[in-house]
Design a protein around this ligand. Structure first.
Ligand code: SAH
Ligand code: MG
Length: 210
């Protein structure tokens, strides 16, 4: 991966560990080879950290990444919760707003041609989505309901041969919250449509086979 872009990813605020970001990059490159011409889509961009790895892969592969987020934070990002960052609260509304920092991250990295922000609720965007995806990366709301909605709404859009990457998959409840594992990872495998290709930290990459 381009070293300058990688340092932009590492400098961005967010939750993607470096080795998992690198694995996501590799998965995206392989997915573009498997499904030439198709775009990537990320659910849950936050301040654009994971988006830089995907944008770098999109540039190398000659495609683009759609970055879906309402930018008001997940339940677990709100005040009083473990992953809350008070500097991301808009004083005008009292609500979280990660869109300004997301834009700054993408502009600083010079990836505005490769990264297309879609600002809205994931299920509403999914309902109107029609384009087959080379790679779908799910890292949105980690509650049971948003995780299930992302599984149902988005996984049908992964092209056969393309990849589904899921973040924060914790098979052992002692390591973290369960919904990405219970509501996305397991149903994908049990559907018979996806096969596990790699695991790096809490990142799982599956390939659509059917
Ligand atoms: N991928 C990021 C972290 C994402 S945090 C990184 O690398 O740092 C989860 C993000 O999902 C938050 O920004 C939150 O706003 C978004 N999100 C949660 N539920 C959502 C929904 N239903 N629709 C759109 N975005 C959602
Ligand atoms: Mg995550």
């Amino acid at each position: 991966m381009d070293a300058a872009l990688r340092s932009h990813a590492l400098a961005a605020k967010g939750f993607m560990p470096p080795d998992e970001g690198d694995a996501l990059y590799d998965a995206a490159i392989a997915a573009a080879r498997a499904v030439p011409g198709a775009p990537y889509l990320e659910v849950g961009s936050y301040c654009g950290r994971s988006t830089v790895w995907l944008g770098a892969a999109a540039r190398a592969a000659g495609t683009v990444v759609f970055a879906v987020d309402h930018h008001h934070g997940s339940a677990e990002n709100q005040a009083g919760w473990e992953h809350h960052d008070p500097t991301l609260v808009d004083p005008r509304t009292g609500r979280m707003d990660t869109l300004p920092l997301f834009r700054a991250t993408i502009d600083d990295a010079g990836l505005e041609h490769e990264v297309i922000a879609v600002v809205g609720r994931s299920p509403a965007v999914a309902r109107h989505w029609r384009t087959p995806l080379a790679l779908l990366f799910i890292d949105g709301g980690h509650g049971e309901e948003p995780a299930r909605a992302d599984y149902l709404g988005w996984t049908p859009h992964v092209a056969v041969g393309g990849s589904l990457a899921i973040h924060d998959v914790f098979p052992d409840p002692a390591d973290g919250g369960r919904p990405p594992y219970e509501e996305i990872f397991r149903p994908a495998l049990e559907s018979g449509r996806f096969r596990l290709r790699s695991a790096t930290g809490s990142l799982r990459v599956l390939q659509r086979v059917d």
